[in-house]
Design a protein around this ligand. Structure first.
Ligand code: PRP
Length: 171
């Protein structure tokens, strides 16, 4: 069992959700955005975020896999589970739990861009800039986090701990 230390308490997550949903409500007023969550990590963030949105949204999911060994990614990504709603002409907002090396979202943004959305933006709850390997523009950013292994609020450690209501650092 790893030792966990509380990093982001529930109240801070809620304040962050409030701020991000406010920005999205403002920017997408009068639009019908297609939100795309990256499985599995984003499912809790996405679920909490959309319940604060006042614009009519549609939801889709994509699951990506990297060919890495263990915790280090090789930098090559493939689609494990694809989209079910066409993105052409849509205002697409990718929703991600954490941007680490940036390889996952960089791949997805390129993949989506080829399918000609009307607009394409990224919302990420957490950003770990120290680990970045490819530059990523985060249009809606929640919180910047230190270079620690994080669990909870959708993030896992060997598929466990996703259900924790807060974000914890593995010591
Ligand atoms: C995690 C996280 C992001 C990605 C970020 O997913 O949820 O999708 O890694 O890392 P990157 O910026 O270095 O690409 P993971 O591959 O662990 O799958 P999961 O979401 O199913 O836990």
């Amino acid at each position: 069992m790893p030792e966990l230390k509380l990093l982001i308490p529930r109240e801070q997550l809620e304040a962050t959700l409030e701020r991000l949903s406010g920005e999205i409500n403002r920017d997408y007023r009068g639009k019908n955005p297609l939100l795309i969550g990256i499985l599995k990590g984003s499912f809790i963030f996405l679920a909490d975020l959309i319940r604060r949105l006042e614009v009519p949204v549609e939801i889709d999911f994509v699951q990506l896999a990297s060919y890495g060994m263990g915790t280090e990614t090789s930098g090559r990504v493939r689609v494990k589970r694809g989209l079910s709603i066409p993105v052409r002409g849509r205002d697409v907002l990718v929703v991600e739990d954490i941007v680490d090396t940036g390889i996952t979202v960089d791949f997805l943004l390129r993949y989506l861009k080829k399918r000609r959305p009307a607009s394409l933006k990224l919302c990420a709850l957490l950003d770990k800039p120290e680990r970045r390997r490819v530059p990523v523009q985060i249009d809606y950013l929640g919180l910047t986090v230190p270079n620690k292994f994080l669990v909870g609020y959708g993030l896992d450690w060997g598929e466990k701990y996703r259900q924790l209501p807060e974000v914890w650092a593995v010591e």
